[in-house]
Ligand binder design. Structure first.
Ligand code: SF4
Length: 366
């Protein structure tokens, strides 16, 4: 069934009050194919904490002069973390790190020491090592990439990701993104579109509470839906709430209201209701309220790690798998593990033989 929601329809959901919210939430249940809620057991490995951007909500990036900064992990360090993660039963190697880190001299020097010129070449080798020497599947989320770089990364990644954040250029003038050229929505939409052209199973999403209007939320969700309709590569859409953390530039900003999150998750669930695209809400950012999002149509908890912290949201620890299971069951659903690439993409149209062989050698709890 196609819902064909227009911008006006989405705005109606985003502005809903009173009993209308409950009615809309209930409507999402119609589009559920089953009562399964998925998660991916991962290890989060930040290859570098250096980033050319400077987002007002960032709690991850460090300055190269910071003695605690990870300038660039060695292959040996990464392999050791991957091997540890294997022991915990992790299936996904999430490589998330600052964008264009090699624009900083400190990173270029490390790359040269390791025998590389460009960060992307190093990432490709790290992913290849992951496939060759472990049972984990790489998922790289390292910011914007050119078409040619994505083409190389596709060969060694089961899936990739990039948060759109928001499709409005207006946010480039606000504290959220005014010092972050890489957060230009034109560039990010181009990266996501190139991933579609290259048939890369892809994760994206929006960030709520960084100064956007409801109209801009609606436009962002529609932009993602358009890309999905054209290329079919969006496997999940993350609805992430801004969290004020002491020390960040936006520490005084209010977080989005619980109701705004409910409305946005409901809108996304209805917009993608006919599309076989998961709606994901990070459980660690909504510890007390996570369950309600399942009732709004969310069907995925995203990556959850038994072994590493969420470095991007360091003050928000992931719940344990047991706790996640309990939260999910308490809301009337069943928790089930998935891989970082969804089943519908596990074929030669989307993945090369090496990735398919690695996937087929994995047995995971389903
Ligand atoms: S949020 Fe991401 S892109 Fe923005 S400064 Fe931090 S690491 Fe860089």
């Amino acid at each position: 069934m196609t819902l064909n929601l227009t911008k006006k329809d989405i705005l109606h959901i985003l502005n809903a009050t009173d009993s209308e919210i409950t009615r809309l939430m209930l409507k999402t249940a119609k589009y559920r194919e089953n009562n399964l809620i998925t998660y991916s057991k991962n290890v989060f490995i930040p290859l570098t904490e250096i980033c050319r951007n400077d987002c007002g909500y960032c709690n991850f990036k460090k300055h190269p002069d910071d003695p605690d900064a990870i300038i660039l992990k060695t292959k040996e360090e990464v392999l050791s973390e991957l091997k540890d993660a294997e022991k915990y039963g992790c299936r996904e190697a999430l490589f998330t790190f600052g964008e264009d880190a090699d624009s900083e001299e400190a990173v270029r020097l490390k790359l040269a020491e390791y025998g590389y010129e460009r960060m992307t070449d190093y990432v490709i080798d790290i992913c290849r090592m992951t496939l060759d020497e472990t049972s984990l599947l790489p998922h790289t989320n390292g910011g914007n990439y050119s078409y040619d770089d994505l083409k190389c990364l596709k060969e060694v990644n089961a899936s990739m990701g990039l948060m759109l954040e928001n499709s409005s250029s207006r946010l480039m003038e606000l504290p959220a993104h005014r010092k972050s050229p890489g957060k230009s929505p034109e560039i990010r939409l181009e990266t996501i579109e190139n991933a579609g052209r290259l048939k890369i199973p892809y994760t994206t999403g929006i960030l709520i509470g960084i100064g956007e209007t409801r109209e801009e939320v609606a436009e962002s969700l529609l932009a993602i839906r358009d890309l999905y309709d054209t290329y079919g590569h969006i496997q999940e859409v993350i609805i992430q709430n801004f969290t004020p953390i002491p020390g960040i530039e936006m520490e005084e900003w209010r977080e989005p209201s619980f109701l705004d999150m409910i409305r946005t998750v409901t809108a996304a669930a209805l917009l993608f209701g006919d599309a076989d695209v998961s709606i994901q809400v990070p459980p660690n950012l909504n510890r007390e309220t996570a369950q309600i999002f399942l009732l709004c149509g969310a069907d995925d908890w995203g990556g959850v790690s038994p072994v590493s912290p969420d470095y991007v949201n360091i003050t928000s620890p992931w719940p344990g798998i047991d706790e996640l299971e309990r939260l999910t069951a308490d809301a009337g659903f069943e928790l089930t593990e998935r891989l970082c690439v969804y089943e519908k993409y596990m074929n030669s149209e989307w993945l090369n033989d090496t990735l398919l062989e690695n996937i087929s050698s994995i047995s995971w709890h389903r």
